[in-house]
Write a protein that binds this ligand. Structure first.
Ligand SMILES: C[S@@+](CC[C@H](N)C(=O)[O-])C[C@H]1O[C@@H](n2cnc3c(N)ncnc32)[C@H](O)[C@@H]1O
Length: 236
């Protein structure tokens, strides 16, 4: 995470979690551990980064800034942690990758201690068009519309998993320091949706998007919307 993102997420999470968090925080679908260090620094105790990808976890494990975190290769649909063992579960841009979302949410509910919080941050069908790159890649937009959850879908799934819904809100997420930097990120094709589009659409969209960014860059940060869902495990 860039400094501006660390500042943004620190302030947001501090505002959301006012009570002390019991010892273990799980970064579910942690990837390279982008958020694991932040969670460790914010909530203390120990952080477990869980991901199904051995490659991602290996990179996280060897990242010198992530000392103190533990890494667990597992599926979100079958979490090898004891029931009630977790003080907070955080999951950023993972939900739409899961094959069995209801089971994963039930697993979150199971591992949370009574009154502990689950944060889900994810794009939704409703927030997709806030991404400035989306109109340049119609095929990618169609892929995401088919795989992203709806807002009501996430809320319903959480409730069905036995969690109480604390809050849903849309957050303006600082995704890049500027349009030119964002064009370079899009051109690197690291976004999973862009890896799924045909090469010719990617090449055309990326060239058009880069031209757009060069023309429109005013040195302002680029933001997009992300949905924040806060669930809590009931005490009884
Ligand atoms: C878009 S990345 C987000 C990574 C990280 N949360 C971040 O924001 O940098 C999605 C991650 O979810 C992981 N993932 C996908 N399906 C999973 C599953 N069923 N169980 C655990 N992890 C999963 C992927 O391996 C990948 O690291």
């Amino acid at each position: 995470l860039r400094a501006a993102q660390i500042e943004f997420w620190t302030s947001l999470l501090r505002g959301e979690v006012r009570e002390p968090v019991p010892p273990v925080t799980v970064d579910l679908g942690c990837g390279l551990g982008r958020f694991s260090g932040l969670l460790r620094d914010l909530f203390g105790g120990s952080v477990i980064g869980l991901d199904r990808s051995a490659r991602m976890l290996e990179a996280a494990r060897t990242d010198p800034t992530l000392t103190g975190a533990r890494w667990l290769q597992a599926s979100a649909e079958a979490v090898p942690l004891a029931s009630g063992s977790t003080g907070l579960v955080f999951s950023y841009l993972v939900l739409h990758h899961l094959r069995d979302r209801p089971t994963a949410l039930r697993e979150c509910a199971r591992i949370l201690a009574p009154a502990a919080i689950l944060f889900i941050l994810n794009s939704t069908v409703e927030s997709l068009d806030s991404y400035v790159w989306v109109p340049f890649f119609p095929f990618a937009r169609a892929i995401d519309l088919a795989r992203l959850p709806t807002r009501v879908g996430v809320l319903t799934m959480g409730a069905a998993a036995g969690l109480s819904v604390e809050r849903h809100r849309t957050v303006r997420n600082p995704v890049s320091p500027g349009l030119r930097a964002y064009a370079a990120r899009i051109a690197s094709r690291t976004l999973s949706t862009l890896q799924l589009v045909p090469d010719d659409e990617f090449a055309r969209g990326s060239a058009e998007f880069t031209r757009y960014c060069e023309r429109e860059d005013r040195g302002q940060p680029v933001e997009s919307e992300i949905d924040l869902f806060v669930f809590r495990r009931p005490t009884t």
